[in-house]
Design a binder for this molecule. Structure first.
Ligand SMILES: NC(=O)c1ccc[n+]([C@@H]2O[C@H](COP(=O)([O-])OP(=O)(O)OC[C@H]3O[C@@H](n4cnc5c(N)ncnc54)[C@H](O)[C@@H]3O)[C@@H](O)[C@H]2O)c1
Length: 443
């Protein structure tokens, strides 16, 4: 699905009122930006894990050079630079501070692979420096930051792809296609679950001195000052509210996005019902919850999210999955395939739709990256623009907020960007940035 930016804006006019954009941007400013020449020069911010995977996905294509790498951990920076030299014949300039990297004139596009609390600042700085951006999911760690990022992407008119790569995944694309063709009749419900052991967090450990080669202050950035603890650092930061949203946002944002895509919903939720708890007896270090059930009532269907971190058995013996439940059958989908399970018609003595099973679908990161690269050249809108990233992010941040403030039901007024029934929840919309960092301003 390719959404032309102008059409998308028309369609989402109501939603856009809620993202805090005071200025209406004249249509002529939406003229396409300049495409880079044949080769796309990319830089990466945040190199340890997924950012580097996405960079390698870029380098699978002949029309990409890596010209810059940035990380606050020099051990990781040097390790990845060595790998790029040895295995990809790439010789990027190395940086510890992304602001300095953005002064490098030959960078066309930046990949943001840092923890979620950095995405907003870094995206806006990249856009202001005139770069196209592939920003990892979830779009940001708070609702206010998501709003700023959508507004900034529109204002600076660059190509922004959010790393919700299931939008490029063949299993999900075909499943959604079958829903559109009414192969399973009227869609009534989307049941989603994500049960992963890692969602419990890590075994507790003591605070310790900052490891050599790490600029911890720049790792924390806008997040509160805290003593260094490995459980809040590389990889496991995702279980702490200052930097991430636990399993609910880590996997939820990918999977709930599929529930929205099923009916092409691109806005914020209006009502969210949440149950969350910490039931596991395992002693682990985390802020996030181990058990959550979230119900998202929509106009003509319902989305349901279930997670039990630490219990990996899920429905249909799948540890994660999406069941699109229609009147003629259910489509059961994960990243590697799908199965159509037909309903039985007792009168006609036949199935209401055809059974089908597709396996062996490959991971979609490369395809998602290719879509980004093609859009850099064509100046089209990629398959997952910030508006879609925001919709998915709000669907996972709101239940986390509900659980944190103990409100089983939250009502969201997107036009005013406020909850109408909880002042405590409203306090969690906007993060308090640690000086000298401030929420980015646009313009
Ligand atoms: N799309 C997917 O399937 C997928 C999968 C995994 C992770 N992710 C996302 O990718 C992002 C990174 O996750 P991860 O697992 O790779 O985390 P990670 O902790 O393994 O890596 C983050 C890297 O960013 C660096 N970093 C932190 N602050 C920095 C700064 N200010 N400047 C430069 N570098 C900085 C860290 O030193 C580290 O090397 C997250 O947003 C995560 O949600 C997406």
């Amino acid at each position: 699905m390719t959404i032309n930016r102008r059409n998308f804006l028309k369609k989402s006019a109501v939603t856009s009122a809620g993202i805090g954009v005071a200025t209406i941007i004249p249509a002529e400013l939406w003229a396409t930006g300049t495409a880079p020449s044949d080769k796309v020069n990319v830089g990466l911010i945040g190199c340890r894990n997924h950012g580097y995977t996405i960079l390698r996905n870029h380098l699978e294509y002949d029309d990409v050079n890596c010209v810059a790498l940035c990380d606050v951990d020099s051990n990781i920076l040097n390790e990845k630079a060595d790998d790029l030299k040895k295995n990809y014949n790439q010789h990027p300039t190395l940086y510890a501070d992304f602001r300095k990297m953005l002064d490098q004139k030959d960078i066309d596009a930046v990949i943001i692979g840092t923890p979620d609390h950095w995405h907003c600042i870094q995206l806006v700085y990249c856009l202001q420096a005139g770069k196209d951006v592939y920003v990892e999911k979830p779009l940001a760690n708070t609702i206010a930051e998501c709003n700023i990022m959508v507004a900034a992407s529109r204002y600076y008119n660059k190509v922004v792809q959010v790393g919700q790569q299931q939008r490029s995944n063949q299993a999900f694309k075909e499943s959604i296609g079958m829903i559109r063709e009414e192969k399973i009749g009227t869609l009534r419900k989307v049941n989603i679950w994500g049960n992963f052991n890692y969602g419990l967090g890590s075994i507790p450990r003591e605070d310790e001195p900052v490891p050599g080669g790490v600029d911890y202050d720049m790792w924390l950035g806008p997040a509160p000052e805290r003593p260094f603890n490995r459980n809040r650092f590389h990889g496991s930061w995702r279980h702490f509210w200052d930097y991430g949203g636990g399993l609910m946002s880590d996997w939820g944002v990918h999977l709930v996005d599929m529930g929205l895509w099923a009916k092409n919903l691109t806005g914020a939720p209006e009502l969210v019902m949440t149950w969350a708890g910490n039931i596991s007896k395992e002693i682990r270090q985390r802020d996030s919850f181990d058990t959550m059930t979230v119900v998202y009532p929509k106009e003509d269907y319902v989305i349901n999210w279930d997670m039990t971190a630490g219990i990996e058995q899920g429905p249909y013996e799948m540890l994660y999955g999406v069941a699109f439940i229609g009147e003629k059958g259910t489509i059961l989908t994960n990243r590697y395939g799908y199965r159509v399970i037909p309903e039985w018609d007792n009168n006609l003595r036949e199935h209401k739709t055809d059974a089908k099973q597709v396996t062996g679908i490959r991971d979609a990161h490369s395809l998602h990256v290719r879509n980004f690269l093609d859009c850099i050249k064509s100046r089209e809108t990629p398959v997952c623009p910030p508006e879609i990233g925001r919709a998915a992010a709000l669907h996972v941040h709101i239940p986390n907020i509900a659980a944190r403030v103990g409100e089983p039901m939250l009502i969201w007024d997107d036009s005013n960007s406020r909850f109408t029934n909880s002042s405590k929840a409203n306090e969690l919309i906007t993060p308090e940035y640690r000086a000298p960092w401030t929420l980015p301003k646009i313009g």
